[in-house]
Write a protein that binds this ligand. Sequence first.
Ligand code: ZN
Length: 212
Amino acid sequence: MSLDDTTRVPDRPLPCPQCGYDLRGSVGDRVTCPECGAQVRRAVLNAHLDRARRGRVLQQALDTAAAGVVLAVVMASACLIAPSGTCVLAAWVVSPALTFLAASPVVRAMHQFSVPRGAWLLPVAGYVAWTALMAGYVLFVPLAALAAWWRALGWTAILGGGQAAAMTLLAALLFAAYVLGLRRLAAWRKARERRVTALMEIAQADWPASES
Ligand SMILES: [Zn+2]
């Protein structure tokens, strides 16, 4: 780090690593926080700021991935109500493509860290999978149950008999699975949160401080 960098006054928030007080405008290599009295080296301050920035970038990428996955599940779910050729395309081609696309900012964000791909690929896949499972469970299962029930009603009116009974059974099973699964949601969210933590740890790992 050049002398110019250490004396430069940054025009952005520079939070104290201890108390978060904005040390923007401070000068010199050693800064004393007026709020908590902590003595912080400039390099540490900058590293802390950079860590926070990396965390924000990753969080945004994760949010984008989650939004894309939910949208993909919604598209796939909508096909249950109105099955048609286009819907099959949406469910089997567009939804996976959308998921892949939505997850790509996370992959890009993780690529910039000097850790082997094997260290973060599984947590990324896990995050996407848990998000898809949760969204699919909340949206897909009840819709599938409704669709089966609706079909059973239609068949009873027209045909009656075995198929309608099978559909009614399927609907009942799906509704039961939904009610039972509700209790699992918290555990799934925790499993998803563990992936976020793992990725955040990589993203916010200490990089060799650019001192002297
Ligand atoms: Zn402080």
